[in-house]
Design a binder for this molecule. Structure first.
Ligand code: SF4
Length: 239
């Protein structure tokens, strides 16, 4: 009778092979993805810890997912990065109608709000829009699970429109985060926990630690090891 078993060795082989192809070197200066409102300690530790820690399996899978979708939509000719005020911006694509950010999600396509569902997406898009002196920016979203009524992958595109003051306010936050990160890099002192926690609370009310679940730094990060469980009343457990 036919039998089967899980093959952990083969799984690891493929993950290692994937990471060897997708692990690009970190830029010397701040990148928009370092300062878009997500954990500010991660880019600090990633610069400070040498050689870099291996990515978690989950982080590799997320990276593969994003890069694979981008590859099939854009190919290898992504636009050259733009540098503004010591912040590097990497726009995914530029079409005849303008710049585009490409994303994927397991959230439902039904009632998806391209501005509010993922605040860090919007922060990054506003950042790129400001750097490119644009008030509109396109977003393509690959919905891995469609709208869940019929589980069927879907792909939607949106045009986001911003007012100048929104872009300027967003850029001021980006520059504030840039200064905090550059200061940590220069002094070797990570921000204290009362600042670190703000990057895990997008609406400044509920604290979320989903970023730590896929973070390779969690064994080194002082915030994860000393504060995270306490702040989350023991609900979150490190790997
Ligand atoms: S473990 Fe959490 S708090 Fe620490 S660097 Fe990673 S994401 Fe940030």
């Amino acid at each position: 009778m036919a039998t089967w078993e899980k093959n952990e060795e083969l799984r690891k082989y493929y993950l290692n092979r994937a990471v060897s192809q997708v692990n690009s070197p970190r830029p010397e200066e701040v990148h928009a993805s370092d300062v878009d409102g997500l954990c500010i300690l991660k880019p600090y530790y990633r610069r400070k810890i040498q050689p870099p820690l291996p990515l978690s399996d989950l982080a590799i899978l997320f990276l593969m997912r994003g890069l694979a979708i981008e590859f099939y939509l854009v190919g290898e000719d992504s636009p050259p990065p733009i540098r503004k005020d010591r912040v590097w911006c990497s726009v995914d694509d530029i079409t005849s109608t303008g710049p585009v950010e490409l994303k994927s999600t397991i959230k439902s396509a039904r009632d998806f709000d391209p501005i509010h569902t993922y605040p860090h997406w919007t922060t990054r898009i506003k950042c790129y829009a400001y750097a490119m002196e644009r008030h509109t920016f396109d977003l393509g979203v690959f919905f891995l699970m469609g709208d869940y009524r019929e589980v069927r992958t879907s792909f939607d595109c949106f045009t986001l429109n911003f007012e100048q003051h929104e872009l300027e306010e967003n850029w001021a936050k980006i520059l504030k985060n840039r200064d905090i990160l550059e200061d940590m890099w220069a002094t070797n002192v990570p921000v204290p926990p009362e600042i670190a926690v703000l990057y895990h609370s997008p609406d400044r009310r509920r604290v979320q630690f989903w970023q730590c679940e896929q973070c390779e730094i969690d064994g080194v990060c002082y915030f994860a090891s000393e504060y995270l469980e306490k702040m989350n009343n023991g609900k979150y457990r490190l790997k």
